[in-house]
Design a protein around this ligand. Structure first.
Ligand code: F6R
Length: 594
């Protein structure tokens, strides 16, 4: 996610802002830049690290300025797309976090009015709109520009000759750090904690005018006093936004991640150019390839596309496909990779392209190698994932897969409408899982005492069992196996007993009754059972030893709520065992060897 910082005061702004940007590096970024307000506005930016920017940038003189780390949502990482962005005169500079949904219309309109927009970003429309409305009052021009914008933003605006910075927010965080005859602005507390621990949090719709001595906040044109808060966290704590680990923070970000991913791509689900599923236009195959957690998303994707579009799909491990898988010219392949750098996924993409397949890449990282190799890219909007264990990127991948599949749904109009509504309700449902984590913590305390655990699921929740087991083993070091519930009796039964708990996913779909039978079989072998069931299930409590309840959703979306519950189960179990949760032993965030 992008980071923004601003400063106005008595010190030279350039070194101070670069230091603040360095404090935001942990969030991940692909480019950065600064604008310093002296007798003119001086901008320096590039697709480089903050340290490199510091070395390469000329020394600018000025005691006010703005700065940005960009994590490209669209528009490749490049000097031209990096922030700050300026108007035609070069006097107005803007840094922005968020997504402007109607930027294409605004861009066309501004271009037809003679504005020269040079980047591929949505942000660049903002300085040009401000230029258009500027009539001697920067705050009014910002307010007028923002009235035209649909979407989310946290912005800082500077203008040559203006003694103040103007900032505003909607659906993107922005704080003001209060200093002694100097003030700071940032998207995140860690950016400014070296300088002040007194902050005001802006609310949606606020516009503030900031000078070295004053902060004037207005909401709806009326001046308003936003309370000052003292931050008691260290910089490291602040980077985790108060959560003990990045993993927990990232799990809790998931309602926002779903909203952002849907907001970025779905006005109404529309077919993706190049996807055209088999059965709809021709007889070519559809393959989904990935590794690790992304492979579990691929398996859910297989079920989703098969159920919605009633057409066969193959999901394979990229590492296996590379040696034995088959693909033919014209086949459509979806490769899922959070990092876009996983060696096996890249090798698969190259092979698919050599075979003449069309390759759609689902990735979280703009400009990654996978995105550069793809014929068609679909970005997840999870934001940078710091914790080695993938959580929010998996959920974002599922959301993209639903979006890819929904246009091909064979359901009638009413059912399809319900499915789209169900998808949009997921942030609220996930929030319910996050809010109701006490039973999950209790189950985690119990599980933490065992050395072996089975996770069982059926149908669309079989991959969720695999993912639940993977999360548990990688961060808690408990040996965990994910199994298709029907397969337990074909071997693993030999391992069941009072020392081997089973986590059973019992979602209310066409597999439910059989899952109840499987739970009874497991109980008969004395294995303790933790059931993951939907709200309103009155039967499961009589069979299982403990129940984790998740909200009711359309069965096709059950992997989302179930996975979030299992992520929390793994997290709290690992915490009980005092493990290195964010950086588990022997693991790397990006696996660049085969
Ligand atoms: C598990 C995990 C890994 C990755 C796998 C693929 O929590 O993070 O299993 O899912 O290494 O990585 P990407 O998606 O970057 O290709």
């Amino acid at each position: 996610m992008c980071g923004i910082v601003g400063y106005i005061g008595k010190r030279q702004a350039q070194p101070l802002l670069l230091g603040c940007l360095g404090r935001l590096e942990y969030r991940g970024y692909d480019s950065c830049g600064i604008a310093i307000l002296g007798s003119s506005t001086e901008v320096y930016k590039d697709a480089v690290r903050v340290k490199e920017l510091e070395k390469a940038s000329p020394q600018f003189t000025g005691t006010a300025g703005i700065a940005h780390t960009r994590w490209a949502p669209h528009g490749e990482p490049s000097r031209i797309n990096a922030h700050p962005h300026c108007d035609c005169t070069g006097k107005i500079a803007v840094v922005h976090n968020g997504v402007i949904q109607n930027y294409q219309q605004l861009r066309q309109q501004l271009t037809s009015e003679g504005h020269n927009l040079v980047s591929e970003t949505d942000t660049e429309v903002i300085p040009h709109l401000i230029e258009k409305y500027y009539n001697g009052d920067l705050e009014k021009a910002v307010a007028a520009a923002l009235r035209e914008i649909e979407g989310s933003y946290a912005i800082i605006v500077s203008m040559t000759g203006e003694p103040a910075l103007v900032v505003a927010r909607r659906d993107s965080p922005l704080i003001i750090g209060i200093g002694d005859r100097e003030n700071f602005i940032a998207s995140d507390v860690p950016a400014i904690l070296d300088h002040t621990n007194m902050v005001k949090y802006l609310e949606d719709g606020d516009i503030a005018v900031i000078t070295p001595d004053k902060v004037i906040v207005r909401s709806g044109g009326v001046e308003i006093d936003r309370e000052e808060h003292k931050i008691l966290w260290s910089v490291e704590d602040a980077q985790k936004a108060g959560y003990e680990h990045f993993m927990l923070k990232e799990i809790h970000e998931q309602p926002r991640v779903i909203r952002d991913t849907l907001g970025g791509y779905i006005s109404a689900p529309e077919p993706v150019t190049d996807l055209a599923l088999p059965g709809t236009t021709d007889s070519k195959n559809t393959l989904i390839l990935a590794c690790g957690t992304s492979y579990h998303a691929a398996l859910v994707g297989k079920y989703v596309i098969e159920q919605l579009a009633k057409t066969p799909v193959r999901a394979e491990l990229a590492s296996e496909f590379n040696y034995s898988g088959q693909a033919s010219a014209g086949d459509r392949a979806i490769v899922i990779t959070q990092s876009g750098e996983t060696a096996d996924a890249l090798k698969a993409i190259k092979r698919l392209k050599d075979e003449g397949c069309r390759v759609i890449v689902i990735t979280n990282v703009v400009g990654s190698t996978a995105s550069r190799l793809a014929d068609h890219i679909v970005y997840t909007r999870a934001g940078p994932e710091i914790s080695v264990a993938a959580t929010k990127s998996f959920i974002a991948q599922l959301i993209v897969l639903y979006w890819l599949a929904l246009p091909y749904s064979t359901a009638d109009v009413r059912k399809r409408g319900n499915q789209i509504r169900g998808l949009r309700q997921l942030p609220v449902k996930v929030q319910q899982v996050l809010d109701d984590d006490t039973p999950i913590m209790e189950c985690a305390r119990y599980l933490s005492g065992f050395d072996n655990v089975f996770f069982i699921g059926r149908g669309i929740n079989y991959p969720v069992a695999l993912e639940g087991a993977l999360k548990l083993k990688e961060i808690s070091y408990i040996h965990a196996e994910g199994y298709a519930a029907g397969e337990l009796k074909h071997g693993p039964f030999a391992l069941l007993g009072s020392g081997t708990p089973v986590v059973a996913i019992a979602s209310p779909d066409n597999t439910y009754e059989t899952m109840l039978t499987n739970i009874k079989e497991v109980k008969a072998r004395h294995s303790p059972v933790i059931a993951l069931a939907a709200e309103g299930d009155d039967i499961i409590g009589e069979l299982a030893d403990s129940v984790i309840t998740v909200p009711q959703v359309d069965p096709i979306f059950s992997p989302v709520v179930n996975t979030v519950a299992l992520q929390l189960l793994a997290y709290y179990t690992a915490k009980e065992r005092d493990c290195s949760i964010d950086f588990p032993r022997n693991l790397a965030k990006s696996v660049t060897v085969e």
